[in-house]
Each structure stands twice: as structure tokens, then as C-alpha cells.
Design a protein around this ligand. Sequence first.
Ligand code: VTB
Length: 313
Amino acid sequence: MAIDIKYLDKFILATEKAAIGSFFYIGKKDKVGADQGAVDNMRSELNKIDMKGTVVIGEGEMDEAPMLYVGEEVGTKKGPLFDIALDPLEGTNFVANDLPNSFSMIAVTEKNNLFSAPDTYMEKIAIGGNLPKNLLDLDNSVEENLSILAKAKNKKLNEMYACVLKRPRHDKIINSLNNLGVNIEYISDGDVSGAISVADENSKIDIYLGIGGGPEGVLAAAALSCLGGQIQTRLVLDKNQIVRAEKFGIKDLKKKYNIEDMVKGDVLFCATAVTDGELVPGIINNKNSYTTSTFALHKSSKTKKKVSNIHKI
Ligand code: VTB
């Protein structure tokens, strides 16, 4: 069944209010405060929505007792059953240091349609639309995947752009890309927007690859499923995390998740920028009001829009 599009504006308001909650912290070197400001506002907005929502990707696990934890019920408890993945502030470092590309994000599906990934690392490989299904595979070498993709896009390897999170753990991938002559766009954080960029017609990125957060992988999958892109992921688990993953009901710890294994059915996705983003500009403080900009998607109606709203202070 489709999710009624009237819910899109309600969730947009939740990411807008969350983004406003971290606005004060821009450049204040306070990651924790920035996150808390976003969490508080998002939670109170979500609880005004007529729905029975369950947080499946959230701010942590129940025993850590944060707000918006995995399993927390949100909404007025009247209305449709939704699964919700949220990141009140994706890119806490960006806000703390006044750098671009911080967002408040939410993805929504109907109940039981969203993968509740534990907060562990996750291997990811994402590509854009209009390509054969399951074209690439995490078990292929970087060389194999890039050659397959270049061929499918009818491009030379030196015309290809890869987006990579700049971390020492990616040295091998970076080496391979350099040897192939593929261009690399590094990001220092924020791999949800990195992964989404493969499906953005204004971006030159052809592929996102590397290891980032598991929850961020599911948020990216939700957006890419609306945009017609592809993503394949696999959890990266150390000994302690294996127990955590089992708690999340994951039996096959080495499973490769294709997009439809992570997100099923209809999807809503919204991302409000706190600092300026590639997708939309950041919050503007107009003295008596804030102007927010949000990138919003609704899969079944093929809605893809950029929404600006003014909020009185
Ligand atoms: C990843 C990435 C996120 O933080 O979780 C990263 O998915 C943390 O990676 O988008 P490290 O542990 O290597 O620092 C983000 O970049 C921002 O939350």
C-alpha cells in the first residue's frame, strides 16, 4: 500500500524543527549539544503526528536510554503503522565546526518494511539509476566493479568519479581507484549524502564505496529506492558487535543486503540542511525567523522536491 502523501509535510516539519534545534550550535565545537538540540525538537514534532510509529534506526539502543532509541514508539498512537529511520543530526562534526553538508534526516516506510541495522560499520557500494539490476557486488574487486560500471555507463575509467569517506581504512580502495585513473571526491563525514549523490543529476559522482555507519546505510538505501538508485551493503562486525547484531535478529552475519532487502514498499524521505548542503542550502537566520530548506521524496507518487519554509522564532 502507498503511504498518504499528506504525511510528507508532517515529517518535513520534524526534520525542519530538528535542524533548527542544532542551528545555535553551528561552529560552537559542541557535537553533543548540537545532536541533543536536534533530537529534542525532532522527538516532540514526531509525537504530534497521527501515527503509530516505531523507531527502527535511531539514536542508540534502549539500554543506553537515549531519546529516539531503537524500539521507541512515536506519534499520537492514532493512525497508520510506520517504521521510522532517523538521524536528527547527520554530520555532528560539520555543525560543531561550521562545515557544509550537515542534515537532519528521516525515512519512513510502512511497518516491517525497513531494515533495523545495528549501529556498527557497514560496507557500502552505491550507484545511480538506469543501470542493470544488481550490477555490482561487494565481493568483486574494486577493479572489477569499476570496469563493469564504466562499461555500463559507456565511459572511460578516467571519466569516472568515485566518492569515498576519507579514512585510513579505505587506503586500499583509494590505491585501486588511483591505479585505475578513476577520479576521487573525498568526504570527511556524512556518507548518507555521499551515497545519495550517485543518483543526483547535478553531481558527477558515479559510485560511492567504502565502510561507514550501518544506520546511515539504511537511510541512504531509503533515499536511493525513491531515486531509482542501487546500493548493496554488508555489516562489518567485531566480536562484541556480533552479539548486538544478534539482538537485532540478524542471523546471517555475512549477508549482502541489496536495496530491496533493506527497504520495501512505499517510502518517504526528508533531509533538512543545517549548514549548506550539496542537495539544499542550510538554515538562514532572518532575525525573527529561520528559513529552512529540505530535500523531500515520496516513492509511490515519484515526488522529488526541494521545500523552503519560514519558521517564526
Ligand atoms: C560514519 C558515516 C557517517 O560518521 O558513521 C562516520 O556513515 C563515522 O565514521 O555519515 P568513523 O567512525 O570512521 O569516524 C559519519 O560520517 C557522520 O555521522
